[in-house]
Design a protein around this ligand. Sequence first.
Ligand code: 6OD
Length: 469
Amino acid sequence: MLTHFIGGGPLAAGKSFPVHDPVTGAVVRHVHEADPEVADRAVRAAREAARDWAALPVGERAGWMRRLAEGIERRFDDLVAAEIADTGKPLEQTRTLDIPRGIANFRAFAEIAAQRPDDAFHLAGVLSYTVHRPLGVVAVIVPWNLPFLLMTWKLAPALVSGNTVVVKPSEHTPGSAAVFAEICAETGLPPGVVNIIFGYGSAGRLLVEHPGVDAVTFTGSTPTGTAIMRTVAERVKPISFELGGKNAGLVFEDCDLDRAVEGTARSVFTNGGQVCLCTERLYVQRSIFEEFCGRLAQSAREVEPQPMISAEHRDKVLSFYALARSEGAKVLTGGGVPVFNDHRDSGYFVEPTVVAGLSEWSRFNREEIFGPVCHVAPFDSEAEAIDLANGSDYGLAATLWTTNLDRAHRVAQRLEAGLVWVNTWYLRDLRTPFGGVKLSGIGREGGARSLDFYSEPTTITIKLEQSDA
Ligand code: 6OD
């Protein structure tokens, strides 16, 4: 049974709930569920630790971040196993992306924070400068699609900036967070600096509502983001949200077709399409439309299906497959449930799917699906492609496939998205601003932007006497 981690140690309290293996549907573990008392204890523990942690010089906190990175390296195999048990991710992806990004997150923010300059401004006889103070206790609410990657992406800058945290992982994916709690204890991190409570959305709500929580960072769905925003409005708590996406891919006739097909397939099907950055709307120049669609559909058939996180999410994705048909789509490939004739047949799989022929105003093309599926439509001109890509309520990421350098810059700069990848997808430099526009979020994390969110400047202005008389 997984227990909460509060004040540096385990706390076994609250009812329990099961976690299912998405590959087979079997129960893999039971977990304690936080009630109001548990959430309150976690916030109190974080508050008790806050003053001493904030008082440490940033270089010392950066040292702790490096030690946490080493702790992750020591427990690498345990983290891989925990992440796979909860998500059914492929071993290769977990070993090369999810867990290594945890290490990279702690190392990157140790460097970025240690080198962060403060501002200084001079006017005649006046010196103003800033010092950065932590926000206090940060609630870190983590989704199930990239559990360890996204937890550490938020934890590292929050901690190195001098905050203490209470983390609430998704009810589907508590495993890697529980191993991380052990790593905090093994590393000797001061008690209360990191606290982790488990539970459903209701446990997250307890944190968001708690008067002892000073800020909230959240990655997840837009409706949940909206609900959090309403709740924190009362106390004007700072928020950083990375929310849903309905990301567009633009494929121009001057692209390198092999690269474009391979990269687009990755951008649609990675993690079973369960990455907020995945492409769900694809626009292809008419002259290469038929060939591109044929090759993308072939790639979809060659992809190893990955499970959806839960039976409920599988049913949601399948309901969109049914919706596509009822809205009159042409299904180019997929659209159903794969049959393996082995233990996976009781899991939460759906077929990688490509559809065409729907209106831009169809629900299928407007709502986030979060599965291994995209809709393909042709375009005739650059201007039309840009309008199609921008015609969404969301604006997280876009991909652009062209070998024309001028077009690459011209189009990229006109796309309404927080992130634009040209001839690649999900290539990360952790120093860059990361986040979305429109319904895809508010605020930016990444590099110095994360430190800006997790701290607040105080401006100090001194009037200097002009004479020594
Ligand atoms: O790679 C990252 O830093 C990041 N924030 C990824 C978010 C993916 C959302 O599903």
